[in-house]
Design a protein around this ligand. Structure first.
Ligand code: ADP
Ligand code: MG
Length: 256
């Protein structure tokens, strides 16, 4: 992937909640077609980082850029001014996000869940949205379940619908926040299979996961966070088998 364009660049990103510094100077980049996995103990800031990329949270200092464009802010005379929610929503179109808890609308079918954003936000026609929705349901192996409500689907199927929904607006980058952590063990594989296919299709991704073997298999690079800092960064083999920092060693050993 060397030579590919950098899609995301985070520089000195800091995020505080009150007195608590949750992100304490994050620097990293993701090139087009690359998969970056974020690992680290609970509370280390992984979700917050994804939420900052997606502008669900506003950073306190530093900057995050998408294709060189500042996200969430406009810069003038070296000062940053937050963008309006409408402007952030326009930038957010570039990102598809999948959460641990699938957050599907329970009163809508699988297909309607996928179409909702396309018709309401992107103003697509109902027919166009349904065609896209059916294509995506087929892609995640759920073509036969289009008209089922979330309660009629397994957790793994619901998460696959959530992935299809996130893909619907054709984002350039997918952000996964522990997509399999809420699933029964026997359902994890089907969701990882869908993500693996996305990786093979060349999708750029940031994945927060505790699935070490999966991270090793699909990632171009792995970052281990601890206390809001990156304590280890590099190729999956070196980070997950021979971490150099004491913090990363402790984390990797605890995951074995
Ligand atoms: P991780 O995803 O690595 O488990 P999080 O990013 O969820 O970590 O959280 C990092 C820290 O930020 C935790 O201490 C958490 O309690 C705190 N935190 C996250 N969101 C909020 C919030 N909205 N308000 C206050 N503290 C928060
Ligand atoms: Mg989290």
């Amino acid at each position: 992937m060397t030579g590919a364009q950098e899609l995301i660049r985070a520089r000195d990103v800091e995020k505080r909640f009150g007195d608590l510094t949750v992100l304490d100077g994050i620097n990293l980049g993701v090139r087009e077609g690359e998969v970056l996995s974020l690992l680290g103990p609970s509370g280390s800031g992984k979700s917050t980082f994804l939420r900052c990329v997606n502008m669900l949270e506003q950073i306190d200092s530093g900057e995050i850029r998408y294709q060189g464009e500042l996200l969430g802010f406009r810069k003038h005379n070296d000062r940053y001014y937050p963008l309006s929610e409408k402007q952030r929503a326009r930038q957010r179109i570039n990102f598809g996000m999948v959460f641990q808890h699938f957050n599907l609308f329970s009163h809508m079918t699988a297909l309607e869940n996928i179409c909702e954003g396309l018709t309401v936000v992107l103003r697509q026609s109902r027919a166009e949205a349904r065609e896209r929705g059916r294509y995506l349901l087929d892609r995640v192996g759920l073509a036969e379940h289009a008209d089922k409500y979330p309660s009629m689907l397994s957790g793994g199927q619901q998460q696959r619908v959530a992935i299809a929904r996130a893909l619907a607006p054709n984002p350039s980058v997918m952000l996964f926040d522990e997509p399999t952590s809420a699933l029964d063990p026997e359902l994890v594989g089907e969701v990882l299979d869908v993500i693996r296919e996305l990786v093979e299709s060349g999708m750029t991704m940031i994945i927060v996961t505790h699935e070490m073997n999966f991270a090793r298999e699909v990632s171009d690079s792995v970052a281990i966070l601890d206390g809001g800092r990156i304590v280890e960064f590099g190729a999956p083999e070196s980070v997950l088998t021979q971490p150099s920092s004491a913090r990363a060693k402790a984390f990797v050993n605890a995951m074995k």
